[in-house]
Ligand binder design. Structure first.
Ligand code: JFZ
Length: 441
């Protein structure tokens, strides 16, 4: 009897699994995936009323601020120095090809003119649609726009807060109702995907609120998010729009790129990335310039320009994009420490862009000494470590090296290919990244 029940159950699960139609990306979507893979570098922007306390975007949760008290922030948000043209130009000059903007973070504040929530920018003293201003400027300057959208909400009663890992100090007493919350998200996403021109991607976050913490075996969700409905809607409204979800799990059906938070694909230094890197989807990793996403007035742990270049190069070596974050200040200005570093990277990319954009990840994964990127018949060997000494590239894919030279200055490099291994001893240099080009086939 037990056996029969089991086989019946197995049969049922199989039918249910095959009944689900698998997502087939459209031609436009595949085209954008290729564009994305080639783009390599984007700007992440964490900004909103949470920037005001200067304590990062989790301040509501961390300081146990109730919904009632937190709502006051709306009256203080008046970013008089915000200038979309300057932001987008800054990203462009940094060599960034896209911007991922927070439209609504976990605190539930909507940065656009939405019909579906009163807690939005039009009810702040600023009264201007920030998503629209950034979108218009991106379209004007030819920078693609991705929108961050939180699945988790610390504010709404209908979000299934009872089972949430976070948001427990918000003072909510109502009962979660996912059907209602799902409808709300669909309504908002429809606004975002119909009123702001071409949206290149939606960056979801918050799934993990309904799972056991990272590192635990069972990472299944306590609620059924009905992603097929959400993703279906997005792909119906804008088929090219790429969906990514920061759930730290193997990509789900319907997703178009895979993201890693503060980690290079396959590395797990942050303790957030236990998932394996997909070999089918484009990859992206996001990272902060100091240690915070949202503006943090005491966080001065700025990475050096050299560290940021290294990160970009190593991400490229894995074939992944770097989405580098800034947390603008509550007045809409961007602190000089961020501006300087972005300008530095832009300058570096003006020289070395060819070794990053449109390349593939190296046949050899990044090493302690640096990373490899490649294009047709060209291998870019990035030596990031100052005293790297002799470098060996094992299982080298070319049969012959026709030319070996420094990318900068074109000076010849002694690179010997023997028994499938290349040996190179680079000159000492003050450059952040000594790039050696190996041409061959
Ligand atoms: C998430 C956000 O919570 C954060 O504010 C920021 O937007 C970042 C880019 O993405 O970061 C996470 C993701 C997962 C957990 C915590 C923070 N987690 O699993 O506890």
């Amino acid at each position: 009897m037990k056996r029969m029940l089991l086989s019946l159950m197995v049969a049922f699960v199989c039918v249910a699994a095959t009944a689900q139609t698998k997502y087939v990306p459209s031609a436009e979507n595949l085209k954008d995936r290729q564009w994305f893979t080639d783009a390599k570098f984007g700007l992440f922007i964490h900004w909103g009323p949470f920037s005001i306390p200067g304590s990062g975007e989790w301040v509501m949760n961390e300081r146990k601020i109730t919904v009632k008290n937190y709502t006051r922030l709306m009256d203080f948000f008046n970013p008089i120095d915000f200038n979309a043209q300057e932001w987008v130009s800054m990203a462009k000059n940094a060599g960034m090809k896209y911007i991922t903007l927070i439209t609504r973070h976990h605190d539930g504040f909507s940065m656009w003119d939405t019909k579906y929530s009163d807690f939005n920018i039009m009810n702040s003293p600023y009264k201007k649609d920030i998503v629209k201003m950034v979108a218009d400027e991106c379209h004007k300057q030819g920078v693609k726009l991705f929108l961050y959208y939180s699945l988790l909400d610390w504010r709404r009663e209908d979000y299934p807060h009872e089972t949430g890992r976070t948001g427990q100090y918000s003072g909510r007493t109502g009962k979660g109702d996912y059907a209602s919350y799902l409808q709300f998200m669909k309504n908002q996403l429809t606004e975002l995907l119909t009123k702001y021109g071409e949206i290149s991607g939606i960056w979801f976050d918050g799934h993990w609120d309904q799972t056991a913490p990272e590192g635990e075996k069972d990472r299944s969700s306590r609620i059924d998010w009905k992603y097929d409905e959400i993703y279906g809607l997005i792909h119906k409204l804008q088929p090219q729009c790429m969906i990514g979800n920061n759930h730290h799990l193997t990509p789900f059906d319907g997703e178009d790129f895979q993201m890693f938070e503060r980690d290079l694909p396959g590395e797990n230094k942050s303790g957030l990335s236990f998932q394996e890197a997909s070999n089918k989807l484009p990859l992206e990793t996001c990272e902060t310039i100091n240690g915070s996403w949202g503006f943090n007035i005491t966080d001065t742990s700025y990475k050096t320009p050299k560290q940021l270049i290294d990160y970009l190069v190593r991400a490229s070596g894995y074939g992944a994009n770097l989405l580098l974050n800034i947390g603008p200040m509550p007045n809409g200005d961007i602190q000089p420490e961020f501006k300087e570093r972005l300008a530095y990277m832009g300058k570096w990319l003006q020289t070395y862009g060819q070794t990053i954009y449109n390349t593939k990840g190296g046949y050899l994964r990044p090493q302690a000494w640096g990373a490899v990127t490649q294009s047709t018949n060209k291998m870019y060997v990035h030596v990031l470590k100052k005293d790297a000494g002799t470098i060996t590239l094992e299982n080298f894919p070319y049969k012959k090296i026709n030319k070996a030279y420094y990318f900068k200055g074109n000076g010849a490099v002694n690179a010997v290919l023997k028994n499938g291994t290349v040996t190179i001893t680079p000159n000492a240099s003050e450059e952040d990244d000594v790039v050696i080009v190996l041409e061959g086939a």
